[in-house]
Design a protein around this ligand. Structure first.
Ligand SMILES: Nc1ncnc2c1ncn2[C@@H]1O[C@H](COP(=O)(O)OP(=O)(O)O)[C@@H](O)[C@H]1O
Ligand SMILES: CC(=O)N[C@@H](CCC(=O)OP(=O)(O)O)C(=O)O
Length: 297
């Protein structure tokens, strides 16, 4: 080996050795990863598959819940169907929910499982309807009329929220050494199909599994303060203050609410992190402090 190659090899060995305390911390832990539709369109998709395979290899149980908003948009465009969003949720009529289910539990689900399989681990793509995993009810949203101050109930159609998570199918897969990859659709009481926001589905699954960590990959570094600096650690009380003073707004609100719900249900830390950073998952789990915003009790 040349001197240069020796130096590089020594640096690499040093990095691997530094991971030891974190490998110990997470050995046997369940970690739920929400993989958003934007993240899977980027150039880092193969790297995501390899990172999930690596987590499995070192004794962690990753459970992947994916989105697919942009992919649903593309299919609806091809079919000439227009989408409307209320508070970040796609108003979903009966015709649309068929398309949503086809895209999420079809092409997207198999694509994400394929990324992990190609990296040498065994992933199994399922929908929230398989094994009774996600039972759902119609999501309720209200809006206050600014003039009259009267609350109006909004009809989002077949948008659902989880009412019960049956974890047996997840345990069956992880117990057999497989990685579950879950599409966020659920079944209603009468067998109807519900479209569930992927963040919401991931949070409910993390809570029901009593997961050690929930990692939400998005396309910002995490929660930012008014000066656009990253807030790396937040208690639930601090998150509520940041929503109240308007620092956290828009699509970040349902994300932090999902994190708080998961933490309330027993998840030790829920983190919002930047999926555009190479090896974001490894940096979050295997370095002190991680890279995103961790929300905890
Ligand atoms: N305090 C904040 N810190 C970071 N992002 C924020 C904040 N408040 C609002 N946002 C917005 O939230 C967005 C992330 O939510 P969203 O676009 O719904 O993510 P995703 O598509 O990954 O689910 C950011 O792109 C940003 O515009
Ligand atoms: C009710 C609702 O809005 N469901 C989402 C489900 C997909 C999703 O959440 O995908 P991302 O994580 O990629 O945004 C939708 O129809 O787009």
């Amino acid at each position: 080996m040349t001197d240069d190659a020796m130096t590089t090899a020594a640096q690499e060995a040093h990095i691997v050795a530094r991971a030891l305390p974190y490998l110990r911390r997470y050995a046997g832990a369940t970690i739920v990863v929400k993989y958003g539709g934007h993240a899977m369109e980027g150039s880092l998709a193969n790297e995501f598959g390899r990172d999930i395979a690596l987590l499995k290899q070192v004794g962690i149980n990753p459970v992947v819940v994916h989105g697919g908003g942009p992919q649903i948009n593309a299919m609806l465009d091809r079919l000439g169907i227009e989408s409307r969003f209320i508070n970040g949720l796609r108003v979903t009529d009966a015709a649309m929910v068929e398309v949503v289910e086809m895209v999420l539990s079809g092409a997207v689900n198999k694509q994400v499982a394929g990324l992990i399989n190609r990296a040498g681990a065994l992933a199994v793509g399922i929908s929230g309807k398989d094994g009774g995993l996600i039972r759902a009810r119609k999501a309720q949203r209200t809006v206050k009329d600014p003039d009259s101050n009267i609350e109006r109930v909004l009809d989002l159609g077949y948008v659902g929220e989880p009412s019960f998570i049956d974890t047996r199918v997840i345990h069956a897969l992880t117990g057999a050494g497989l990685i579950p990859v879950i599409a966020p659709v659920g079944s209603g009481e009468d067998g109807e199909t519900y479209n569930i926001n992927a963040d919401t589905a991931a949070g409910a699954i993390a809570g029901a599994l009593n997961a050690q960590r929930l990692l939400m990959l998005t396309d910002v570094p995490g929660v930012l303060n008014k000066e656009k600096q990253l807030l790396s650690d937040l208690t639930m009380a601090q998150v509520k203050d940041l929503i109240a003073d308007g620092t956290i707004s828009g699509g970040m609100i349902p994300k932090v609410e999902t994190c708080m719900e998961a933490v309330t249900q027993g998840v030790k830390g829920a983190t919002i992190l930047d999926g555009r950073v190479p090896h974001a998952l490894l940096l979050e789990l295997f370095t002190e402090g991680g890279i995103g915003t961790m929300i905890h009790k």
